[in-house]
Design a protein around this ligand. Structure first.
Ligand SMILES: [Zn+2]
Ligand SMILES: [Zn+2]
Length: 471
């Protein structure tokens, strides 16, 4: 019997075609201890000093960041400012600034909303007018900044000082490669690729061409357009957006989390077109807002919202309010806890338990008064008692609970708090029924407790000692 040769089975096509290099997420194969591993394995470039700074300079950025302000300064000194040009320069500052904040930052780096193609092209072109690198380069650095905030893998690590996080990091060659961050989604974007391809022409056209030509054609101010709407406006856009990395990690409050350097401040918001609520932003980076209150200054958020009303943007992401409030509460409790820890509290444990007879005997020698089961030595207070010395003297060696809690005068919270500081003992047999609540001074009715302090008084140590619950 001869076997009939079988045709080879058809090659099974993979369901998903393999990803090309550009489509492969950059961080797909990184080790779990990536940060420690990279810091150990990859050596940083040497620190910059007088002997090597000229070799370490990033000449392109250095030139852009020094020549532009020079042109602006000389130009402004020698060129009359026309009001039409002034208004246009401010307007163009917002257009190109929004290209960075609403485009590069909130749309491409964070994907905090969906933008229609026309809006994407507008943002890509406007953002190019800010001359801060292409969308892909910018977003890659920014995603690393969020993932490795305040570490050596954060390209603008705020721990290296205000100057470094503002411009220092661009003026010299990066001391380390920024930590890995995936931008494969951006590699697939037609708009991002288009901007990358035409980037040089776009920065020349949007950075200097358009702001010169428009005032030139419309009201004949070519030179003013070049100086004020071109160079000077560019300096402002540069340092405005750089403040997001510097000022926003340095000035203000941390209402949501103080683990890292990002801060919230209205001044930062004003100079950055609304990117100043940076503590919120680092907590909720995919939220299209930076400012969550209506009265806080966030024109970038307003711009995105208006774009959504016009049908140009959609799916504006908002973090659940409940979780935002948890962040705020955590920080509020933390501050309350600090206040609580800086106060002196009445002794609660280790007070001697004293019999009625012993209380009587000792009250012969010192002014002891019983209130709510606690014995208090009122010697330090007896002459300061607002109701007069005689009322205290009258209760020495007696239970003054009824008189204290309203029988004679319903004492203030302050009085109750102060009284509890004079505790010297506990009466054997405790307080009479109905006074349990009164034993707690008002300042201790609510307390900020750590989770480890909330365990039962019959804690695990008692059980592990084999004493059990009744031990
Ligand atoms: Zn930041
Ligand atoms: Zn961000």
């Amino acid at each position: 019997m001869s076997s009939v040769p079988q045709p080879p089975p058809p090659a099974v096509k993979p369901f998903n075609p393999p990803l090309t290099k550009d489509e492969q997420p950059a961080d797909i194969d990184i080790p779990d201890n990536y940060v420690a591993y990279t810091l150990k394995k990859e050596k940083a470039l040497p620190p910059i000093g007088w002997h090597n700074w000229y070799q370490e300079l990033n000449y392109l950025s250095f030139a852009i960041l020094t020549v532009t302000p020079t042109i602006a300064a000389i130009g402004a000194y020698t060129t009359k400012l026309r009001w039409e040009t002034a208004v246009f320069a401010v307007f163009y500052y917002f257009v190109t600034g929004l290209g960075i904040t609403a485009g590069y930052h909130r749309f491409w780096a964070h994907r905090s909303y969906n933008a229609s193609k026309p809006l994407q092209y507008f943002l890509a072109v406007a953002g190019a007018g800010a001359v801060e690198g292409s969308i892909k380069w910018w977003s890659r650095g920014h995603r690393a900044h969020h993932r490795y905030t305040d570490t050596e893998l954060d390209p603008y690590n705020a721990h290296k000082g205000l100057f470094w996080s503002h411009v220092g990091w661009m003026l010299v060659k990066p001391r380390r490669k920024p930590g890995v961050a995936d931008v494969s989604d951006l590699s697939k974007s037609e708009v991002v690729r288009w901007q990358h391809r035409w980037y040089i022409w776009l920065i020349l056209g949007m950075g200097f061409g358009l702001p010169t030509i428009l005032p030139g054609l419309l009201w004949g101010d070519w030179r003013g357009g070049y100086v004020y709407a071109g160079a000077l406006r560019l300096c402002f856009v540069h340092h405005s957006t750089f403040c997001v990395n510097s000022l926003a990690h340095w000035l203000g409050e941390s209402p949501f989390d103080d683990k890292h350097t990002p801060r919230d401040h209205v001044i930062t918001a004003i100079v950055t077109i609304g990117e100043g609520y940076h503590n919120f932003h680092h907590q909720f980076p995919m939220d299209y807002r930076n400012a969550i209150k209506w009265y806080q200054y966030d024109p970038t958020k307003w711009f995105i919202w208006v774009a959504a009303q016009l049908g140009l943007a959609s799916h504006l992401k908002v973090f659940p309010e409940n979780e935002v409030k948890k962040g705020q509460l955590t920080m509020q409790l933390k501050r309350l806890r600090e206040t609580q820890e800086n106060l002196t509290w009445p002794q609660e444990t280790d007070l001697p338990v004293i019999s009625w007879q012993s209380f009587q005997d000792q009250a012969q020698k010192r002014p002891l008064i019983l209130v709510a089961g606690f014995i208090h030595d009122v010697a330090s207070f007896i002459d300061d008692h607002p109701g007069g010395r005689h009322l205290l003297v009258k209760h020495i060696g007696k239970d003054a609970s009824t008189a204290f809690f309203g029988g004679v005068y319903d004492h203030s919270n302050a009085a109750h708090n102060l009284l509890s500081m004079m505790r010297v003992g506990v009466l054997h047999g405790g307080a009479p029924h109905g006074l349990e609540d009164k034993a707690i001074p008002p300042s201790q009715r609510l307390r900020v407790a750590r989770y480890s302090e909330l365990s039962s008084p019959y804690s695990s140590t008692a059980q592990s000692d084999g004493e059990g619950m009744l031990g």
